[in-house]
Design a protein around this ligand. Structure first.
Ligand SMILES: Nc1ncnc2c1ncn2[C@@H]1O[C@H](COP(=O)(O)OP(=O)(O)O)[C@@H](O)[C@H]1O
Ligand SMILES: [Mg+2]
Length: 448
């Protein structure tokens, strides 16, 4: 770095000045002594009285005392000026020291900065750079950076021209992502800021700050890839889960349902002959009929939870209407309304089942936890871009923050389902004003 002041030993300067003053005082004392000796030796005052006798009327013989007083006053005057000068010197030395301390600090900040810093001329020639900018540009050191043109390291000429033009008009340049090519040909991604400076003494036209974000970019890309992969895996897992559930529901319906029906029919057949059979056999047949009916109801409930038949048979809108009607029947004290806007045709299996499961789980949560008196379900498909927005709001007790943090599997599972479709699930709760669950799912575009 050029133009730096050399450190000045402050105490050494002060003591050198003090030595000089003492020497000068000694010269004054010696010169006075010598004058006295000469005056005594040649009897100069008598000589002066003799030669000024004709001019007695002008009182010239009184001059020596006046001159003596003048000498004393001059000595006092010099002493006062000297003290003033010493104080000024002291202040100047202190100011210079503070300046040097500051400069050392700024120099450290500049040189040790992890971000690249450079002062450039109007055409982009670097006049002064720190080690970080040399490193970012793949140059061996700051000396190598000096004299090189910053815009030569741009990957895109057009961008370089654009920045040059902006700076020449006095505008600031702020770039979140700038592609550079280092001296060894490797690609470097930086975040950059260029500020116009008018420094006629150094010829600097702008100051550039750059921070290397190549690794950050790489990590971001890897993270985005991992996220996309995760989403895909989640989608596949959920699809497989739904397929398995559908299979189980079919098995329950086809196998268990048939067997239960057969058992019930046998019991009915036995019960048809009351006169030929003992009483306890008839009672057992009656009990078998009742139990098999109950088991069949339980199995039907299970089938419904495993695979909403209505969804396959009626489509999403009617399946949701069916779900809310059933829920209303089971929770007669709650005012539940459902409104659907937009065309829900052709949404795709995965979107349909996700929306259905969100409504199903939320209604279950409301019945189990909310103690609500009203529930509003609203599903909307935007006409222009096709995005879906589902809102389920209740006026119950709300979710306490502790519970929200701890969370259950229900809401977490819903979030996973919605995010697997690239959507977002929000649970907004203000105790005691109920809960609103919002699921937004982007346009489907041929999803299965
Ligand atoms: N509508 C709601 N009203 C009040 N509390 C709710 C509501 N929905 C969820 N919660 C609370 O959030 C918790 C987490 O819900 P969830 O993830 O579905 O788990 P689970 O229902 O199995 O407990 C619940 O235990 C409950 O305390
Ligand atoms: Mg739940």
């Amino acid at each position: 770095m050029t133009g730096l002041l050399l450190p000045m030993p402050r105490t050494a300067t002060v003591s050198a000045r003090n030595r000089e003053v003492s020497r000068d005082l000694l010269v004054v004392v010696l010169a006075t002594g010598l004058t006295f000796v000469i005056c005594v030796a040649f009897e100069l005052r008598e000589w002066l009285t003799e030669i000024t006798r004709p001019l007695e009327q002008y009182q010239i013989d009184e001059l020596p005392f006046t001159l003596g007083a003048l000498a004393l006053l001059l000595a006092w005057f010099s002493w006062r000026r000297w003290r003033q000068a010493a104080q000024e010197l002291h202040l100047r030395v202190e100011a210079q020291q503070a300046l040097m301390d500051n400069e050392a600090r700024y120099r450290l900040l500049f040189m040790e900065n992890l971000a690249g810093n450079a002062l450039c001329a109007a055409d982009g020639t670097m006049l002064l750079g720190n080690p970080a900018i040399a490193h970012i540009l793949g140059l061996p050191g700051t000396q190598a950076a000096t004299g090189r043109n910053l815009f030569d390291f741009y990957a895109d000429r057009a961008v370089a021209d654009e920045h040059r033009a902006l700076l020449s008009h006095g505008s600031k340049v702020d770039v979140a992502l700038l592609d550079l090519v280092a001296a060894d040909g490797s690609a470097v991604k930086v975040i950059a800021r260029m500020l116009v400076r008018d420094e006629p003494t150094t010829g600097a036209a702008f100051h550039v700050y750059v921070a290397d974000i190549s690794e950050l970019q790489l990590m971001q890309r890897e993270l985005a890839d991992a996220l996309a992969e995760n989403r895909l895996l989640s989608q596949k897992y959920l699809l497989a889960q739904e397929e398995e559930r559908r299979h189980l529901a079919r098995e329950l319906h086809d196998e268990m349902g048939q067997c239960l029906n057969a058992i019930k029919l046998d019991a009915v057949a036995i019960h048809r002959h009351p006169s030929e059979l003992p009483r306890d056999v008839l009672e057992s047949a009656q009990s078998i009929m009742e139990v098999s009916t109950r088991v069949y109801d339980v199995a039907r409930g299970l089938m419904e939870r495993l695979r909403p038949v209505a969804l396959d048979e009626l489509g999403l809108a009617d399946a949701l209407r069916h779900l809310s009607t059933e829920w209303r029947r089971r929770n007669p004290g709650v005012d539940c309304s459902l409104s659907i806007e937009g065309d829900l045709e052709g949404l795709g299996e995965q979107t349909n089942i996700t929306l259905y499961r969100v409504v199903q789980e939320c209604l279950t949560n409301i019945a189990r936890h909310a103690r609500a008196s009203a529930v509003r379900l609203h599903l909307e498909r935007a006409v222009d871009h096709g995005d879906l927005m589902l809102r389920i709001a209740d006026d119950g007790v709300g979710i306490e923050p502790v519970r929200k943090k701890r969370g259950g599997l229900g809401l977490a599972g819903l979030r996973e389902r919605v995010e697997a479709l690239g959507g977002r699930l929000e649970v907004i709760s203000c105790v005691p004003h109920g809960v609103e669950v919002r699921a937004s799912i982007p346009a489907v575009g041929g999803r299965p």
